[in-house]
Design a protein around this ligand. Structure first.
Ligand SMILES: [Zn+2]
Ligand SMILES: [Zn+2]
Ligand SMILES: [Zn+2]
Length: 300
C-alpha cells in the first residue's frame, strides 16, 4: 500500500513537471519553470525514497520519530508510520550514498542538493529564478537521477515478478511511458533525434541521434541496454528495405540494423537485416548479395 502510493505520486509529479517544463520552454513564462521545478523535484524525492523502500521501508523514516511513535521500531505498523516524520533531502542523499553508490555518482548527489536549495528558495522566498539555469538543472536531474531511479525500480520488478501477465502489461506500459518521458525531455533539450523501434527488444523506444549531421551518430534504447555511443559514417551501407544509406552491422545482434527513422519507424521496424562479413572482398554480404558477387555477375 505504502509502496504503491509513493511510486504513483512520484510518476504523477514527474509527468506534470515535464509538461510544465515543455510549457515553460514554449512560452518562456517563468511561472512554468517554477511549477516544473517544484514538481520534478518532488517527484525525484519520492522516487529516491521508493528505491530506498526496496531495501527496507523504515530507512525513509526519521529514526527518532520511529522510536517515539512505534511500539516495535524495527517492525512498525503502517498506521504508526503515518505519524512518523520522513527523512529530508540531505538524509535521503546520505542513504543513497550508502546503498546505491554504483548508480549515483557524487555529481548526481551534488546536483540533488543544488536543486533542493533552488526549490527551497522558490518555496520560502520570493526570488527571481534564472530560467536557463533552471532548465539546465532540470535536464540534468532527469538524466542523472530520475532515469537511473526508474531503471533500478524496473530491475527490482524484473527480479521479483517476471511471470505474471498483469506485471508484464504493467511493465510494457512503464517502458512506453519511460520512452515518452525521454522523448519529451530530448525535445526540451533541443536534441537532434528520431524515435524508432529497437532491433533488440522491439519496443518503440529507440532514440537515434543525428547531432546536426546528415546521418545518425549514435543511438540508445530506453527499454533495454542496446546502444551505440559512436557510429562512424564509413559504417553505413545501403539498406535493401528502404534504399537509404543507413544500414549498419550490429556486432551484438549479428545482423544489420537500418537507422533511417522512416525505416526503423516502420510497422515491421526493429527487424534485423541479414548481413554478414564477406571473406572475399572484406565488405558485407547483405541479404545474400555482395558487391563482389554483383561485379562477377556483370562480367559474365
Ligand atoms: Zn531495446
Ligand atoms: Zn532501411
Ligand atoms: Zn564480397
Amino acid at each position: 500500500m505504502l509502496k504503491y502510493t509513493l511510486l504513483e505520486n512520484a510518476i504523477d509529479s514527474i509527468e506534470y513537471g515535464i509538461k510544465q517544463l515543455e510549457q515553460a520552454v514554449h512560452t518562456n513564462d517563468k511561472k512554468y519553470y517554477k511549477y516544473s521545478l517544484l514538481n520534478l523535484f518532488q517527484g525525484t524525492e519520492l522516487l529516491l525514497k521508493e528505491i530506498l523502500v526496496q531495501i527496507n521501508p523504515i530507512i525513509i523514516f526519521d529514526k527518532n520519530s520511529l522510536y517515539k511513535k512505534c511500539t516495535d521500531p524495527i517492525n512498525p505498523k503502517i498506521e504508526e508510520l503515518y505519524d512518523c516524520k520522513s527523512i529530508d533531502v540531505n538524509e535521503i542523499c546520505t542513504e543513497i550514498r550508502k546503498h546505491y553508490s554504483n548508480d549515483f555518482d557524487s555529481v548526481s548527489l551534488r546536483l540533488i542538493e543544488k536543486i533542493a536549495k533552488e526549490r527551497n528558495k522558490v518555496q520560502h522566498f520570493a526570488i527571481e529564478i534564472n530560467s536557463s539555469t533552471i532548465k539546465t538543472y532540470l535536464i540534468q536531474l532527469y538524466g542523472k537521477v530520475i532515469k537511473p531511479c526508474f531503471k533500478i525500480l524496473n530491475d527490482y520488478r524484473l527480479a521479483f515478478n517476471e511471470n505474471l501477465i498483469g506485471e508484464k502489461i504493467e511493465k510494457l506500459y512503464c517502458l512506453h511511458s519511460n520512452a515518452n518521458r525521454e522523448e519529451a525531455m530530448l525535445k526540451i533539450s533541443d536534441e537532434d533525434f528520431r524515435r524508432g523501434c529497437c532491433s533488440n527488444c522491439n519496443n518503440y523506444s529507440m532514440f537515434i541521434f543525428y547531432d546536426k549531421n546528415c546521418s545518425p551518430t549514435r543511438f540508445y534504447c530506453t527499454s533495454c541496454s542496446h546502444e551505440r555511443k559512436k557510429i562512424d559514417i564509413s559504417e553505413f551501407r545501403v539498406c535493401p528495405e528502404c534504399g537509404v544509406n543507413s544500414l549498419i552491422y550490429d556486432d551484438s545482434l549479428y545482423g544489420g540494423i537500418c537507422l533511417w527513422y522512416k525505416c526503423a519507424n516502420h510497422g515491421d521496424g526493429g527487424v534485423l537485416i541479414d548481413m554478414e562479413f564477406c571473406d572475399t572482398c572484406k565488405d558485407y554480404v547483405i541479404e545474400g548479395v555482395c558487391e563482389c558477387n554483383k561485379e562477377d555477375d556483370n562480367d559474365n
